[in-house]
Design a protein around this ligand. Sequence first.
Ligand code: ATP
Ligand code: MG
Length: 457
Amino acid sequence: MKLRFRNRIALFTALAAAITIGLVFIVVYGVVHITAYKHLDHDIRREKEEVMINLRWVGDSILIEDLPEWEEKEHLRIEVNPTFLQIVDAGGHLLFRSSNLQQDKLLFDPHYSSETFFDSHIGARRIRQGQFPILNEHQTVIGHLSVGISQEESAIVLHNLRNTLWLAFPLVLIALFLAAGFAASRSIAPVQQLIQAASGIRETNIDARLPLPENKDEIYQLATTINELLQRVENGIIREKQFTADASHEMRTPLTAIRGTLEVLLRKQREPARYEEKIRRVIEEVDRLHGMLEQLLQLARLESDKITVRRSPVRLAVFSQAIVQKWDARLREKNMELQLQIPPEAILDTDETLLAIIVDNLLGNAIKYGHSGGHIAWIWQPENAAFIIRDDGPGISPEHLQHIFDRFYRADNSRSSAVRGAGLGLAIAKKLADLLGIRLTVSSTEGAGTDFTLNFP
Ligand code: ATP
Ligand code: MG
């Protein structure tokens, strides 16, 4: 059953109310019923006492001398609410019955030896009946007195009450369902407003926000949460747009260089050595484009969480040797010295391939931006479980420092300088570090050098 939210609330409320009202009605009916019977039994007991006072007995036999006189008296009120009397002896033989019984008899049940009350009939008439043992002075039962009175009146009252309750029950329920439905629709109206406002937000007006209600309630929280989500989506879209713009811009530079070089070559015939030199430059630019595309792919894979982490124990000394060997030629070219301070026993549980990409980027930068003849140190600090890659290069100014992990960000000095790069290396390193749970931080003093620190978890 697919009910609307509003009707669901109304239905649940009405159901809960139905159970409560049903219970209340049952209790009311029960109380009235018990009270009515108590009154009848009370009347019966009073009649019995009146009769008992007038009863005489000798030994085991009952004398009913005074009873006719009593009956005379009783006859006067017979029409209003007749009381039926009947006396039997210990054997159950009829000794007396009031004249209003005519040919009928009150039900006598020999099983009851103490006083008892029950419902019975005289013809079609419903009566309440009391049966009382008659005791002589030795406390032996010498007969039974039965007193019956009509319960027609109470039956009518109870019947009317039952009918009223039956009729009132569905009516009250319908009224409750409608009232609950109304209350529910009033209370979800703000949600509907939110839905309407939210469905109007597209990519073109992603800067729009949901109106906040005045009351700081759940609806307010919902609206704020959605607004925060919208802000994140908007930031993402802005970032994507910036990324596309940056990427196209970065690609255009080498492409323009390639085109320019080739055009110059075409203009007139040249020496074979000139051709060779220009073609070499073109190949360099193509390599640069290729490298950038590789980095972009790596970033895209990282951002779409398509990279799986495979951890294993990594011997840091062996690991660092392998990486340093790769940079050996470049170090020699720049006449730089790299000092490894990694004890042979150091072992880390991490993804070796991904860690190699991070360190490669940091070392590559240190060599790339470092002065010729400069020093680089790669240090393992076991007390902090940290790698430090330290250089004595140009350093990075504070205003650049906060951006160097952004995609395509290059500090001014490197932009203008002949040092090649797309500004993607640190962005990739940072994302990989996050993936491995490593904290990558930087501290730098302009003109003195830079420290990159990798804090392992
Ligand atoms: P890519 O690594 O993509 O080839 P890149 O080296 O320019 O290009 P990043 O590695 O992200 O890009 O570095 C960003 C910028 O941070 C660099 O352009 C440079 O200005 C600065 N930088 C990074 N490392 C150092 C360093 N060791 N010393 C001085 N400046 C640095
Ligand atoms: Mg770099």
